[in-house]
Unconditional design. Sequence first.
Length: 233
Amino acid sequence: MDDPFNTDWIDELYELKDEQKNFINNELDKYNTGYQNIDNVNQNIEVNSKSFIDSVIDLFLTLISPFFSEAQRELYIRLGIERYKITAVIDHKTCQICKDINKVYRVKNWKRGVSAPKSHAFCRCTTSPYIEGIHYVKLYRVMSFEEYNSIERNGGKFSQYKSMEEKWFLTTENNAHIFGDIIYKGDEYTIFEIEVPVEYLSLMHHDIKIDGIGPGYCANIDLLNFIIKLWED
């Protein structure tokens, strides 16, 4: 097993400590020079300290991730699972490293940081068994032609439409038509279909019955565009 307490991640911990120390000193300087009253200083330090603690916890979880990684590998071996899929959390914080390792790997070639999480500090990637058969599901979004045209203008990708950064989909075309008839009340609409790899469904919000009609999923546009790019590649 790789050493979880390597130099790079220890350095990151010291950087967090130094940042917190410098922030507190700066706030105290503002109080000493009369630039800020003590109540504001205390409030700022309290807010920053909570963020500091969250960052330390995230880093600690990353540091001990080799133990969890090894346990997951052993579990796959015991269950006779030969291949697995790395799944990254796709949003505006996802790095290129994590985007690039979203692939299927053989358990016998498991190597943390190369073909298994974690690839870096604060990495949010996970793995799931890869089973032969159906690897995707079709989801259906009801939308106006105005929204559909905005997707076409954006090269087939979703964009923020009317301040909506998340999109809802139903799991059957029939339910999508029922939903569209209710929402648009006689006005014209269209249905956008997308094929989603099953391992990415866990990254979406699931509702067992959207508006009393049927099950559906909601995802942010970063994740949706990443899924669209998978099929393009």
